[in-house]
Design a protein around this ligand. Structure first.
Ligand code: NAD
Length: 247
């Protein structure tokens, strides 16, 4: 579904981002995966090369909150692979602190990664996509971007902002044939969720209509759809992948 396309995936070293990288590679894309540290990037690259040594995949660890670093990375990927068709803005952190224990510096920190880094990625890749006639940007939102959550307000606030960036940039960049969508996962079995005690996981799963948490691969399938030409008339969409947890 992505033969000949080039993708950049932030937060591609583990969890949902890693599943997206692997699925994009299986579908014929060349991929640049970005992570927070070169060491974890190299580990992810080694794991992918173990699965298939011929996969065209590279990795870097720029500071995503620094626009100049993001722009330099996009230009380096373009120099290496010739183009960028897909950008997945997936790197993100969450928060749980109640308001009165929430350090203002931590609020600033989460906004810088979950929001500013998404802006930086979109701004840096847009001229490249424009010049080549279009592209697809997919941001990772969350089910909490619809209803909020009862603590850790920085996290839902950041994901509401991701939805705002998605819907607004879909309008702004549509004429350049750049589609901008988001995937809003529910509780997904990444390392953190997998480490929860069995009883807690059961309690979390019980109210979900599908009766279980999602797998990273199930979330990745939706990124693949939105990245591909199958979604050529889909833009400005926030696609929930949460087993109807919030309906
Ligand atoms: P994870 O913690 O397993 O992976 C996070 C990724 O982001 C890693 O690759 C890490 O290197 C990268 N990252 C973290 N801090 C970074 C930084 N400062 N600079 C650059 N990269 C950084 O997380 P995940 O659960 O796979 O989450 C991925 C995305 O999905 C996030 O945006 C998260 O908010 C969203 N999400 C996750 C769930 C869930 O249940 N797992 C639910 C809804 C939304």
């Amino acid at each position: 579904m992505l033969k000949g396309k080039v993708a950049v995936v932030t937060g591609g070293t583990r969890g949902i981002g890693y599943a997206v990288v692997e699925l994009f590679l299986k579908n014929g894309a060349s991929v640049a995966l970005l992570g927070s540290r070169q060491e974890t990037v190299d580990k992810a690259l080694a794991k992918l090369k173990e699965t298939n040594p011929d996969w065209p995949v590279v990795g870097m660890a720029p500071d995503l909150t620094d626009y100049a670093a993001v722009e330099a990375t996009m230009n380096a990927v373009k120099a290496q692979f010739g183009r960028i068709d897909i950008l997945v803005n997936n790197a993100g952190i969450s928060a749980r602190e109640p308001l009165m224990q929430y350090d203002p510096a931590a609020f600033d920190n989460i906004i810088r990664l979950n929001v500013n880094a998404v802006f930086n990625g979109c701004r840096a890749v847009a001229p490249i996509m424009k010049e080549q006639g279009g592209g697809s940007i997919i941001n990772t939102s969350s089910m909490v971007s619809l209803y909020g959550q009862p603590s850790g307000v920085g996290y839902p606030a950041s994901k509401f902002a991701v939805n705002g960036l998605t819907k607004s940039l879909a309008r702004e960049l549509g004429r350049s044939n750049i589609r901008v969508n988001a995937v809003a996962p529910g509780v997904t079995r990444t390392d953190m969720v997998a480490a929860l005690p069995k009883e807690l996981l059961e309690r979390v799963s019980a109210p979900i209509p599908l009766g279980r948490v999602g797998e990273p691969e199930e979330v990745a399938n939706c990124f693949l759809f939105l990245a591909s030409d199958m979604a050529s008339y889909v833009t400005g969409e926030i696609l929930s992948v949460d087993g109807a947890a919030q309906t």
